[in-house]
Write a protein that binds this ligand. Structure first.
Ligand code: FCB
Length: 457
């Protein structure tokens, strides 16, 4: 595969399409206990034996907390419109409730101003997984009170920076928090209960809806939405049991989130499948969850192929695999976006994460990451295909700006378009970053704004 020509690809997007790069707090900031920050569930989880592949943690990460000015210069140099970052809840409110940490708030205040000074729109995420440990000690997302703690946190952050950020995302990938955190135990807080996972998922969704209402009530003018990890999920064969299994998986990972957010119901087939593990709901919960959003964020990396016996092996797909073992399948992104547009009344959508881990080597100051460059180029083309078919796409953000702490995989998996030498913290633009920068420079003679323009904020 070769990368499409820059300007012909660029011409497939409206002038106001938002191009960005994304990171999250725990994965890059480090400074785990600096300036009054409290511990998060990921600080705790990293200490669990065997939890992180290389036995690493987030205590230093990319040291972004101290190097943020240089990192913002790097972002500006790429020529992006937007930067998606997350706020570390325990940095700004160490116990998850009560006292605010002024030094933590001031960090994000400076970050937001630094972005604006460089002409970059701040896209803020409130929860990219690093829940304050103090709240986990009281039951975490499985506990209904955490919903109200999150709403207070959202309001506090918005009071401080909400006048200057273009968009606020409540949660990043609630499926991951619920299922990987509470059912399979692969991610923090590392629990193993399906019932707990489903209750956590419900509380995440409820806190999203209530936070939207609270932020609007206090006059916050940022665009508000959520970010989901979604994939097209298909059966390995046309056999009835494979088809049924794929349908259930789609229910558990796509419809379980999309239906309540956009239709105000949980999917009946999944409720029946869960039986006694279905979450407890209170009156009006679903109505709150369905609070209208200004945008929907979609994170896409690969498709999912399901067989009832679990026998399907991605290695037999014939497609290239990334260093995560994920199949490279750009057409799945077009398929997914078309499906969301067809099945739900979606607001303007952004791809809020897309990118790939590959083994890189830094030689003479260069990283020739052709596979990553092609991955990104082909997925951008897949977004253009969706746009051409009438899907309201408003933006695209590369995951990730920097190589960083890739959760349970530690530092071994590199998703950055900028290489990080962890020994020296030196940043080096990979060829993919140079490609993206050149691609963004071709944004001159472009088509008129699309119908999704209103979401461009
Ligand atoms: C997503 C996460 C992000 C990053 C990518 C590879 O699930 O939101 O933090 O780890 O995967």
């Amino acid at each position: 595969m070769t990368s499409p020509d820059h300007s012909s690809l660029q011409q497939r997007f409206p002038r106001d399409f938002v191009w960005g790069v994304a990171t999250s707090a725990f994965q890059i900031e480090g400074a785990a206990a600096a300036d009054g920050k409290g511990p998060s569930i990921w600080d705790t989880f990293c200490r669990r034996s065997g939890a992180i592949a290389d036995a690493s943690d987030g205590s230093v990460a990319c040291d972004h907390y101290h190097r943020w000015r240089d990192d913002l210069d790097l972002i500006a140099d790429l020529g992006v419109d937007a930067y998606r970052f997350s706020v570390s809840w325990p940095r700004v409110q160490p116990a998850g409730q009560g006292a605010w940490n002024e030094r933590g708030l001031a960090f994000y205040d400076r970050l937001v101003d630094g972005l604006l000074e460089r002409g970059i729109r701040p896209y803020l995420t409130l929860n990219h997984w690093d829940l304050p440990q103090a709240l986990q000690d009281r039951g975490g997302w499985a506990q209904r009170d955490t919903v109200h703690r999150f709403v207070d946190y959202a309001q506090g952050v918005a009071r401080r920076v909400g006048d200057r950020v273009a968009a606020i995302t409540t949660h990043n990938e609630p499926w991951v928090v619920a299922v990987l955190g509470h059912e399979t135990g692969l991610f923090a807080p590392g629990l193993h209960s399906r019932a707990t996972a489903m209750q956590a998922a419900h509380h995440l969704l409820l806190s999203h809806g209530l936070a939207l209402q609270a932020l609007r009530a206090q006059g916050c003018r940022s665009r508000l939405g959520i970010v989901l990890n979604l994939s097209p999920i298909g059966p390995a064969t046309a056999r009835e049991d494979d088809v049924a299994q794929a349908r259930l998986e789609d229910g558990r990972s796509v419809r379980w989130y999309m239906d309540p957010l956009f239709k105000g119901t949980y999917p009946q087939d999944v409720l029946e499948h869960l039986g006694a593990d279905a979450p407890t709901l209170e009156a009006d919960d679903l109505r709150h969850i369905a609070t209208p959003m200004d945008f929907l964020g979609v994170n896409y990396y690969t498709r999912s192929v399901v067989s009832a016996s679990g026998a399907w092996d991605v290695k037999t797909s014939g497609k290239a695999l990334t260093d995560m073992g994920w199949e490279v399948y750009p057409e799945g992104l077009t398929e997914l976006l078309l499906r969301l547009h067809r099945d739900y009344r979606v607001p303007p959508m952004y791809v809020k994460e897309n990118g790939a881990a590959f083994k890189d080597s830094l030689v003479d100051g260069r990283v020739h990451d052709r596979e990553r460059t092609e991955y990104i180029a082909h997925h951008i083309a897949a977004v253009a295909d969706a746009l051409a078919q009438g899907v309201p796409m408003a933006g695209y953000m590369v995951w990730s700006l920097l190589d960083n702490f890739e959760w349970a995989s530690g530092y071994d998996k590199r998703f950055g378009i900028v290489h990080v030498d962890y020994a020296t913290q030196r940043r080096t633009l990979k060829d993919s970053a140079r490609w993206y920068r050149d691609f963004l420079r071709t944004r001159q003679a472009r088509a008129e704004p699309s119908a999704a323009a209103g979401a461009g904020a």
